[in-house]
Design a protein around this ligand. Structure first.
Ligand SMILES: [Fe+2]
Length: 267
C-alpha cells in the first residue's frame, strides 16, 4: 500500500499541476473510503473528464462489438454504463451486488498483490476512480477508471466469472512468495490478457486488452504468439508490463479456466 501518491516520472500529466492536485484528491478520497468507510464516494466529474471518457469509450465500444467475448458484451450491456458520462462506482457496486454479490471498493492506486487478492477472496473488486490525463487518452502508466470499469467490471455480471475471480483470491491469500508469483502470472495471462475460443473464433476477455484499443488491435495480429492455455506453462512464464504483449494464451471456456484455477488452490 502506498502511503502517499507517487507518480511515474513519464506520466503524461506529470507537469500539469491541476491534474496532479486532482489525482492527489482521488488518492486521499479513495484510501479513506477503502479503509474507513467501505464504499465508493460520490464524485463530481468535470465536463472535460466526461469528454475524455466519451472519446475513449466510443472507440473501445466499436472494437468490443467485434472482438470481445459474449460474457463481456452481455455484462457491459447489463451494467448500464453511459457512454457520455463517467460512472459512479457506488451505482455499479449496487448493480454487481444485486447480480452475484460482488462489491466494489475504491482504490487510491495500485494495491499490493496480497492486499488485492485478499479483497477478491471476499468478492470485492477494488477500482480506481480517477481518470488518465487527457493529453494522451490511449495511454496510462497506471490502472485508471477506464481500465478498471471498462476492462474488469462487465464480466462480473456473470456468475461463473464472479466465482472464478473469488477462487483466485481464495487461492492466493495464503500464498508464500513463490506461490504469489504464480498467482500473479495466472492473473496476468488470464484476467488481464486472456483470450477465449467461441465458435472456433478467438475472442477477448482480458481487461488489459479490452481497455486499450492499441492492445486489442495488436493481440489479434500476426505479431503475437497465441497458444492454448496450459497452467504449468502460464505459471512459469514471466511477462513485461511495459510492452505490448508478445505471447497470449486462450482458454476453451470459463468452466475450463475455473477448473485450472482450482488445481492451483491448496487445501
Ligand atoms: Fe487490471
Amino acid at each position: 500500500m502506498q502511503e502517499e501518491l507517487i507518480l511515474d516520472p513519464k506520466h503524461p500529466g506529470i507537469k500539469d499541476a491541476v491534474y496532479i492536485q486532482r489525482r492527489q484528491e482521488f488518492f486521499r478520497l479513495g484510501k479513506e473510503h477503502r479503509l474507513i468507510h467501505g464504499y465508493a464516494p460520490q464524485v463530481e466529474y468535470s465536463q472535460e473528464e466526461d469528454a475524455i471518457w466519451q472519446h475513449i469509450n466510443e472507440k473501445l465500444e466499436a472494437m468490443h462489438q467485434r472482438h470481445a467475448c459474449d460474457i463481456y458484451l452481455n455484462g457491459k450491456k447489463n451494467l448500464g454504463l453511459a457512454s457520455h458520462k463517467l460512472p459512479q462506482l457506488k451505482t455499479l457496486s449496487d448493480r454487481l451486488q444485486q447480480s452475484h454479490g460482488v462489491r466494489i471498493l475504491p482504490a487510491e492506486g495500485l494495491l499490493s498483490p496480497r492486499e488485492f487478492f485478499q479483497y477478491l477472496s471476499k468478492r470485492i473488486m477494488p477500482c480506481t476512480q480517477f481518470l488518465r490525463h487527457g493529453s494522451d487518452p490511449e495511454y496510462t502508466p497506471e490502472p485508471d477508471i477506464v481500465h478498471d470499469v471498462l476492462g474488469h467490471l462487465p464480466p462480473f455480471m456473470n456468475a461463473d466469472y464472479a466465482e472464478l475471480m473469488q477462487l483466485m483470491g481464495i487461492g492466493a491469500r495464503h500464498a508464500n512468495e513463490e506461490e504469489m508469483l504464480q498467482w500473479e502470472r495466472l492473473y496476468w495471462f488470464a484476467i488481464e490478457f486472456g483470450l477465449i475460443l467461441e465458435q472456433d473464433e478467438l475472442k477477448i476477455f482480458g481487461a488489459g486488452l479490452l481497455s486499450s484499443y492499441g492492445e486489442m488491435a495488436h493481440c489479434l495480429s500476426d505479431k503475437v504468439t497465441r497458444k492454448p492455455f496450459d497452467l504449468e506453462e502460464v505459471i512459469n512464464t514471466s511477462y513485461d508490463h511495459t510492452q505490448m504483449q508478445p505471447l497470449l494464451f486462450y482458454v476453451p471456456s470459463f468452466v475450463y479456466l475455473k477448473n485450472e484455477i482450482k488445481k492451483l488452490i491448496k487445501n
